[in-house]
Design a binder for this molecule. Structure first.
Ligand SMILES: *[C@@H]1O[C@H](CO)[C@@H](O)[C@H](O)[C@H]1NC(C)=O
Ligand SMILES: *[C@@H]1O[C@H](CO)[C@@H](O)[C@H](O)[C@H]1NC(C)=O
Length: 255
């Protein structure tokens, strides 16, 4: 004769132990492990399935004490005065070389170990017949980001001013800004653009041509820094800027 299940009911089996027993401890541990590690992992990896995001970081910027100055004179056609911190460039200038008085001071306003400002002053001695109608100036900086990937580059501030009437003073106040063409990496070290903005060892005049230097700089196909504008004594401020970064495949595979 075949048998059929006519009735079923679950049996609950309880276990008793004191709150200070090993069993209670194990239960507590198991519960904690169920909830806390996933939260920590989600927090540390900045979210699940993230492809691209942005964050804020103040870069570490240091003035490299490299200067290239060209002052255009109005008195004679094509007249100019030039000076730089590169001996090879100065040798090329011959009669156009004029050595200015330069002072530069970096300032860390909030004492966080990162420079916030550069006070740069340049005084160019002029003869009474010389009238300056334009100024072109390049200052170079080392620029580093650390929070996501370590990104190191050499960057510049390019300043170009011209006046209809000869000026005796130029005052410029500007910000160094990151102009990002590509996202930064999620981790690792990026030194692609840790190359000199100006090739100071080159004996060729073409390597010091400002338009070529600026063009080569703008062609950098990664995060680069763009310049600022206007009068002589320059304050340069570094702002906290949002940087984009890209998650690596590895990070996606974690999930
Ligand atoms: C970047 O370049 C400078 C000068 O060439 C060098 O001293 C520095 O070590 C480089 N930094 C990295 C991280 O490669
Ligand atoms: C700088 O110029 C010199 C001479 O033209 C050249 O040999 C050298 O490779 C250049 N350096 C860089 C970094 O372009």
């Amino acid at each position: 004769m075949a048998l059929y299940e006519l009735f079923a009911h679950p049996v609950e089996r309880g276990y008793r132990a004191g709150l200070c027993s090993k069993a209670a401890l194990f239960l507590l541990l198991a519960t904690a492990l169920t909830y806390i590690p996933p939260l920590l992992v989600a927090f540390r990896s900045h979210g699940f399935w993230l492809k691209r995001s942005s964050y804020e970081e103040q870069p570490t910027v240091r003035f490299q004490h490299q200067v290239l100055l060209v002052a255009l004179l109005g008195s004679e056609p094509g007249g100019f005065l030039a000076w730089s911190t590169f001996p090879a460039f100065n040798r090329l200038q011959e009669g156009h070389l004029r050595v200015p008085l330069v002072s530069a001071r970096e300032e860390d306003r909030n004492q966080d170990g990162k420079m916030d400002m550069l006070h740069f002053k340049l005084e160019l001695p002029l003869q009474s017949t010389e009238q300056v109608l334009g100024v072109q100036l390049i200052l170079t900086f080392s620029y580093q980001l650390h929070r996501m990937s370590t990104f190191v580059m050499q960057s510049m501030a390019f300043l170009q001013s011209s006046f209809a009437l000869p000026g005796s003073q130029l005052y410029v106040n500007g910000d160094l800004r990151l102009q990002q063409k590509q996202p930064l990496g999620y981790g690792g070290l990026d030194v692609r653009y840790n190359v000199s903005v100006i090739n100071g060892t080159s004996p060729f005049a073409s390597d010091y041509d400002l338009t070529r230097i600026v063009a080569a700089y703008q062609e950098r196909n990664g995060p680069t820094v763009a310049g600022f504008q206007k009068r002589k004594e320059g304050f340069l401020r570094c702002l906290k800027r949002e940087q984009m970064w890209e998650a690596s495949d590895w990070k996606l595979l974690q999930w």
